[in-house]
Design a protein around this ligand. Sequence first.
Ligand SMILES: Cc1cc2nc3c(=O)[nH]c(=O)nc-3n(C[C@H](O)[C@H](O)[C@H](O)COP(=O)(O)OP(=O)(O)OC[C@H]3O[C@@H](n4cnc5c(N)ncnc54)[C@H](O)[C@@H]3O)c2cc1C
Ligand code: FES
Length: 270
Amino acid sequence: MSKAPFGRRLLRVTGMDELGAYRVLRVADPDGPEPEPGQFAMLTTAERWGAGENERPYLARAFSFARWRDGQAHYLLEDVGPGTKRLCELSAGEEVWTLGPLGQGFTAPGRVGPHPRRAILVGGGVGIAPLAILQDALECEVTVLLGFRDGARAVGAALLDGAQVATDDGSAGYHGLVTDLLAAELQRDPAAVVYSCGPAGMLEGVRAMCAQSGTPAQLALEAGMACGFGACFGCVVPRHGGGYLRVCVDGPVIDAAELDVVEEHNGAPA
Ligand SMILES: Cc1cc2nc3c(=O)[nH]c(=O)nc-3n(C[C@H](O)[C@H](O)[C@H](O)COP(=O)(O)OP(=O)(O)OC[C@H]3O[C@@H](n4cnc5c(N)ncnc54)[C@H](O)[C@@H]3O)c2cc1C
Ligand code: FES
């Protein structure tokens, strides 16, 4: 696991690109440790991070590494609230406080006898981000299945190579759920390994289907995070057999067999 250097670091933004309904933020980190696929960072802008008139400063927000290239971290952003809105406004030359890489990433697909397992990547919405950096690292056969709400979001599929796309409204690719595409792939090859990240409902569908077919699955969870390094217990989810997992340090990538169910997590920070 790539360990975060002690304390947060002030890093320079090198660019911000539009990708349909999303933005791709690029940040130079020439001396930082290379993140592993599935790891994340806690980000805060250096300027205007809350604390305007009648405001208090926001807590740092969690973002998956979407790519690591030439000493730059790439993040895929969706503007869903005040923190992501401010991050989406950044431009080259501005600065970002970064704490990371944090958490446990994906593990290698392993083999079935002498043959490497095929990897099936299943992403939903902005949850495609950690699958892009994972695809960069995988050396086995890879199938990519990505689901989006609409065509503007489906443009984000360009972040990965060779994706089959599904949209809820049918405006791009298959009209329906990405888990429909997964069902066909699992029927074809239950010995594959599934890597998935996306909304809780999609992850629960993936978990249940993989449990039924006996296919190993690694799920990158989202949870409201206040600290990101194991101190606040704001991110816990129930573990199969009893007890809890802290998504920030035991995850965010968790073996599906450790979970009875994936549920919406409401512990979002202020
Ligand atoms: C490990 C991890 C990786 C993430 N990777 C990405 C990424 O690559 N790109 C990206 O755009 N977002 C990612 N997120 C989600 C991102 O952290 C939240 O969207 C962000 O914190 C929202 O902050 P805000 O101030 O914009 O909105 P807020 O007003 O704080 O939240 C907007 C809405 O999203 C909900 N919400 C906020 N944070 C979370 C959360 N962590 N889990 C579930 N619901 C939440 C809130 O309840 C609210 O309904 C990730 C979260 C985690 C935990
Ligand atoms: S976010 Fe604080 S313990 Fe996980």
